[in-house]
Design a protein around this ligand. Sequence first.
Ligand code: NAD
Length: 415
Amino acid sequence: MPDINLFESVLDHVCRCAVDLKLLPNVEAILKMPMREYHVSLPIRMDDGTIKAFRGFRVQYNDARGPTKGGIRYHPEETIDTIRGLAALMTWKCALHHLPLGGAKGGVVCNTKELSRAELERLSRAYIKALCHLIGPDKDVPAPDMYTNAEIMGWMMDEYSRIMGRSSFGAITGKPLSVGGSEGREDATARGGWYVIEEAAKDLGIALKDAKVAIQGFGNVGSNAAALAASIFGCRVVAVSDSRGGVIRREGLDVPALHRVKRETGRIATPPDASSISNEELLSLDVDILIPAALEGVIHEGNAERIKAGLIAEFANGPVTSGAERILERQGIVVLPDILCNGGGVIVSYFEMVQNLNLDRWDEEFIHAKLRKKMSEAYQEVRDLAMRHGITLRQAAYTIAIKNVVDAMSARGWV
Ligand code: NAD
């Protein structure tokens, strides 16, 4: 995969919208710069007694619409540019979905596969210790993202609460249910994405029953996307992959069996009636719906021409580069953009914040109904603008989001 700078790709999308929105150059300049970013060193005692320092980042991109919100990623190749890009995407995502939140993102450069559970806990607590005065329910609220999960969010909330001397459930979302987590958060990103696909499929004339689906990534988002595809929408999941590669079975994979093996062994096994497939091959399969649900930049100018799917639903953040998007546009492939499609995670995180602040607890059915309403309304707003102006869904989504951020900056008297 070529070296992709996610932040540059995001800025490229902003430039395209700035022209349509006739933004003043100084306003555009504010939107293209993070408001605050923190670089921290996290020294941890390892299990063998040695001390190792890890690098951590937190970028609070724009808080015009409210406290910033965004996940924390643990990845060996994490860079500040990726975190900046992801923090900008969070800003547009919250604004597009009309949440009273700004955007942020955090990251730690580490390989979770090489850390023991105790080391992972010490690292997660150290991250909060380093940043505790810069985050909080009315400042900046972290959540899980790649290679972080509910257990890690539980440790982080506990560390924050200990330092502040009070239980502060609303400081972190994506927590376990026993410590203020929300029903419906675990599969919220995938479920929200499927609600958008459901709406788009009606417009595009794609019958979801038996539609062929390929999914890259089999973590929180990808594995839940596969489960929901089969169980709710009756799709045929023909291929899935993780960082080690994937499997394909043209008649459809047994998704519950794949889940069982992944849970027990930590990897996707190739069943006897299926074949192995590389991540690159998965992306170019002839399927109805392609769901990248792993890393950014996986569909780029070097492979975009080989994509055959009719519809790409960006469940991951930034999986299609701006260069690739132009090629896909020429090929007539519809892309459901990340800020629209994967907003379910932050929407249910927002529901979690609201429940925590009110010491309330909502049931799953209520959350699913509220999520479905928000996702379909967002899709319709984006689709209507795209049709009215003859622009792509991404351009329409960015246009709505950026206008919402600029309106807030203007109401605060910043511009
Ligand atoms: P995760 O850590 O649970 O899973 C990541 C998956 O990607 C794993 O299956 C891993 O094996 C796979 N992967 C890693 N490197 C890969 C590679 N080079 N090729 C193919 N697969 C690879 O992470 P997640 O929470 O499922 O996040 C996935 C994507 O969705 C990320 O882009 C994340 O930013 C985005 N996202 C997540 C949420 C959320 O609520 N978790 C919300 C919005 C967006």
